[in-house]
Design a protein around this ligand. Structure first.
Ligand SMILES: Nc1ncnc2c1ncn2[C@@H]1O[C@H](COP(=O)(O)OP(=O)(O)OP(=O)(O)O)[C@@H](O)[C@H]1O
Ligand SMILES: [Mg+2]
Length: 289
């Protein structure tokens, strides 16, 4: 297929999204060796990415052919060098970026294609995202930041939203900082507020884009502990782009290595860290390890 606006770029023809039953059968067969997460024979993946492509400005092809399935309750850590397309993939999953071609299905519903604002908003409610740079409202307290999505988007009453905010701030160890503004909090505390804010919306899936890489080293631990607790006790489905190899090894059910806009290799942490099959994975792990 030729991109009409940019005739020098040739887009590969992407097949239609797979039938849900068939996709689940194939994903079962493939993923049972690749993840520590246990899934039942009747289950379907909650995220299904097929031949995802993203090109910016018709020029820069960032995702060339990403294929990935994620199961309900699974914790997937995505590793890869800078510029490999990790953030772009996450941003495509919650439609902060519009995929150029290919398919993303959330609970077997295709989100690529033409969705109205209402449908996009509903999708985003179901997909929490935690960014590297926290993105808290500076004029609101920690509690206010955790409440605002609940009142504005979920239309909860102020009392309900406040009770939930205090519960989630307690869960991240910040109950005593509920009335502090972001500027009065450390980076690690701000990021824990951002996690509490995402969890308070009760999404099915949480996306994390390098949540600890803007933090001073001594603040990283506290944020990772909160994420570990969500993974192990919260039963949350999590896709985590991270450079924290210790976290990936200990907490991930599956590790995905991306480079050049494709998933180069994936498997359990033991498979990927201890016995990488692709030389590029080995080189990357060697360079940071
Ligand atoms: N809005 C944009 N317009 C043009 N190019 C972009 C845009 N966003 C990202 N890119 C390019 O896409 C490539 C992949 O970027 P992306 O942010 O997904 O990488 P990454 O794997 O998350 O890297 P990092 O580890 O540095 O965060 C980069 O080469 C980047 O320059
Ligand atoms: Mg990134």
């Amino acid at each position: 297929m030729l991109d009409r606006r940019h005739p020098h770029i040739t887009m590969p023809d992407v097949p239609p999204a797979m039938d849900a039953e068939q996709a689940a059968v194939e994903a079962h067969a493939r993923d049972k060796e690749l993840t520590k997460h246990h899934f039942e024979p009747h289950e379907h993946p909650c995220v299904r990415i097929e031949h995802l492509m993203k090109t910016f400005d018709g020029e820069t092809q960032v995702l060339t052919d990403v294929n990935l399935t994620v199961w309900p309750g699974e914790v997937v850590c995505v590793l890869g060098p800078s510029g490999s397309g990790k953030s772009t993939m996450l941003r495509c999953i919650n439609l902060l970026e519009k995929p150029t071609a290919g398919h993303i299905l959330i609970e077997d519903n295709e989100i690529t294609g033409h969705l109205g604002t209402k449908e996009v908003n509903r999708l985003r409610q179901n997909l929490g995202m935690v960014f590297q740079s926290f993105n808290l409202f500076p004029h609101l307290s920690a509690k206010g930041n955790v409440m605002i999505g609940q009142t504005k988007v979920l239309k909860k009453s102020k009392d309900e939203a406040e009770a939930e905010a205090l519960k989630q701030l307690d869960a991240v160890g910040l109950l005593d900082r509920a009335d502090f503004k972001p500027a009065q909090l450390s980076g690690g505390q701000q990021q824990r507020v951002a996690i509490a804010r995402a969890v308070a919306m009760h999404p099915d899936i949480l996306l994390f884009d390098e949540p600890t890489s803007a933090l001073d080293p001594e603040l990283v631990r506290g944020v990772l502990d909160v994420m570990r607790d969500l993974a192990e006790n919260g039963g949350m489905t999590m896709i985590v782009v991270t450079h924290e190899m210790g976290f990936a090894r200990e907490v991930a059910d599956r590790v995905v290595f991306m480079e050049g806009g494709v998933v180069v290799e994936q498997g359990t942490p033991e498979m990927v860290f201890d016995n990488p099959q692709n030389p590029r994975t080995a080189e990357f792990l060697g360079s940071i390890g």
